[in-house]
Design a protein around this ligand. Sequence first.
Ligand code: 1CP
Length: 354
Amino acid sequence: MSDASVLQELRGVRSATPSVWFMRQAGRSLPEYRALREGTTMLDSCVRPDLAAEITVQPVRRHRVDAGIFFSDIVVPARQAGLGVEIQPGVGPVFDHPVRTVADIDALPVLGDDYEAALEPIREAVRLTVAELGTTPLIGFAGAPFTVASYMVEGGPSRDHLRTRALMRSEPEAWARLAAWVAELSGRFLRAQVLAGASAVQLFDSWVGALSTEQYLTHVQPHSAAALARVADLPVPRIHFGVGAAHLLPQMHAAGATAMGVDHRLRLDRALEMLPTGTPVQGNIDPAVLFTSEQARFAEARAVLRAGAGASGHVVNLGHGVPPSTDPQVLTDLVSFLHDVDDVAGAEQDVRPA
Ligand code: 1CP
């Protein structure tokens, strides 16, 4: 079993030095990403193993983060299952045929051998990435049933996920079939990444904060649990993350996560009070500080370290993804600042001079 510091922290074993990676560390903030992607659509680049591997490694090389996050997207599994979907630049995932009626849900493809075969470029990309990363662990990921189903039902990005939440209420059985389909889709995508060499997984439920606790428990948690159960027999930490989901933190953990990602709206020490004792946490520097002074950034980083100091394990991350307009040097400097902190609990003063 690897002794990489990120994996130790995710298992609740503290390292002397903070570990850090960033959600959306690969991608548009990096000029080398923009150069490599030129002439290839986002989703085509995800199924080109050489491209996906290189894009995954780029931010590790540049920023010296402690983990890679596999370059892909939460809608890649749907595309590999045969659905028409693309990532429109400046918009996000857009489905050719939104899935809105019982008939649409009944017509979803069966996830059989064809789907397993279509995951081969993903497995190959993971193998190439892991070989390239060496001792740095690779985190695999997938989208959780609510967030992926929301893109399918709405047809694209949505502010309030109204159609999805209405479907849940008006056609609960049809919704349950859709969510179960996505759980299998995403769960098998996670499993493929782990079997090909990923050392941890993160299940993103970015938009789940739109739901009440009651709606979550009835209509979503069982399906997120089914997705996570697909890797529960494998020896890898399972991180679960939602945005604006402070009210769902214990319920999301109970879906079968072993560590919780926390967004920047909830302080880590408060999150710890809501979670079972000993739960490792990940987060949660406000991405807004990437656009402030270095002094403000490092003060926020120290505050996050202090708030996480009481956890059994803490992996530093942003509270949500790296914004595309981020100056990459700001991220590199933040990583070296964190790696130079030599007393996490006393993070206020104990920073070595540059
Ligand atoms: O043209 C481009 O470069 C497209 C931008 C882009 C990138 C780089 C998209 C479109 N997806 C990705 C990669 C991606 N997506 C990664 C791997 C890279 C990394 O983290 O370093 C990951 C983990 C995701 C996951 C993802 N996709 C989520 C969950 C995480 C989150 O940020 O909340 C979500 C919600 C998506 C949907 C999506 N894909 C792309 C966009 C712009 C969006 C969001 C659209 C919206 O606002 O609804």
